[in-house]
Ligand binder design. Sequence first.
Ligand code: DGJ
Length: 534
Amino acid sequence: MSYPHLEERNGKKVLMVHDRPFIMLCGEAHNSNSSSVEYMEKVWDKAEALGMNSMVMPVTWELVEPEEGVFDFSGVQGLIEQARRRGKKIGFLWFGAWKNAQGYYAPEWVKTDLVRFKRAQVVKGKNFIRNEKFYGTPYTTFSYLCEETKAADAKAFAKLMAFIKEFDGEENTVITVQVENETGLMGAARENSDEADALFAGPVPQDFADYMKAHTEAMTEDVKAAVEAGAAAGSWTEVFGEVAEEIFSAYYVSSYVNAVAEAGKKIYPLPMTANCWLNKPGEQPGDYPTGGPLARVMEVWHYCAPCIDILCPDIYVPFFTKVCEDMTKLGNPLYIPECATHSYAASRQLYCIGKHHAICYSPFGFEEMGDPFTNTMMFLFGADTTDPALQTPQKVEEYCALNRMLDSMKELIAEKYGTNDLQGSCIEEGPAAFFDMGTFRINAIFESPISARKDGGCLVLKESEDTFYIIVHAAMLQYASNDPARQSLDVLALEEGQFVDGKWVRGRRFNGDEVAITSYMEPTLLKVKLFAYD
Ligand code: DGJ
């Protein structure tokens, strides 16, 4: 039996657990909850109520290595045992030197040794700045150039992976690991210490410069323009022009993260991820954590961090589908460790799995899913007020129903990854979606005069030329023939139902009015057989 790993299917990656496909229908727990196994009981209850099959949660450096060289994995063990009792899987998040572009979770012995574990100098000679864009609060983070921090962080992570391998290497409760959390530097595009200045003025490693020049095809426009215009060799500014500082930061941040990941992977090669705090339009490097694994520096991460299998977006912005498009370039699988819990949560999941063949979809702070939005939640989720749906809570029962449907057919779904036989959409892509699948076109209408709902989504799976499984939520469906010689169409069979142990078990068989009016305001799993004729 192999360890959890990624397998290529038709050009897409599928997560395999015990050699069977697994899609993480997940939630990320609030930061501090997994520090108490006891507290986590109620968090698992909520995950259960939401039909989740897994959870992502932090393991923190401060708790596993409270004194240098003294390790305590009792909490980690407790979390794994707890998940096992509930028949669920875990994606651990290693909160090492980075958490939200800061060093929150480093142990005291690291934080207090400013000489050995250097802080990033956003401003030359200073260990911290006041973040004027954030109420003037002190901002401090570890230097991405500090070898001591990297070595200590990597050592602790390797110990963690050794523990997980020993305790869980057969059962495979832990299926993925995120290395660090939202890496990067706030306040400036790069560090400004003497050391950073010297490196920045020195030559770009030639292999890296060559790689970047040879991989401009999918680069974000401004990055591409700068990289193409720059010299073939020389200093960072000469080679990368306008984006030199950002690429410099990405080079060192990703190399740091890779060193940590590599130390753990050598011991236990679970799929490893790195997540990013996204940039918003108009923001400059330093307004968002510079150097983190954003789409705009994905090429840098691919070069410097081969031990990281997936680069992941934390999506709290309203342009959700654009982020998914951007983050799936260069074959990067869609793995969303964090997104909001508002009323698009369910339909977005259908879109992510149906359209992008996602490995993981995981609303953050799912403990509160369904609760009325508080100011704190709005603050955490980026306080976007342009769309009322972003302030309307997701209905728990609906989310649960959809998760159970997806979970019951996850192997069938994963079989179709990388093919056109699996498609999906949600209202954020437009008022209607057309799924062309061979002879037939299936049309999901998210905005219609007969529905007040504006939060629909749909996933369609083609089982055979004339038969489809459809998960539909807050939408109307229409069917059409794509064959010009056979434009007439009959719905031969339309059933609602569920998968039990991988087999279709039908509920009602729809006909008459229920075939004439195909509007589904609650999550529904359908099997439909179509017939085109002349
Ligand atoms: C992003 C972080 O990665 C999470 O740990 C959490 O702090 C959320 N932001 C809160 O919105």
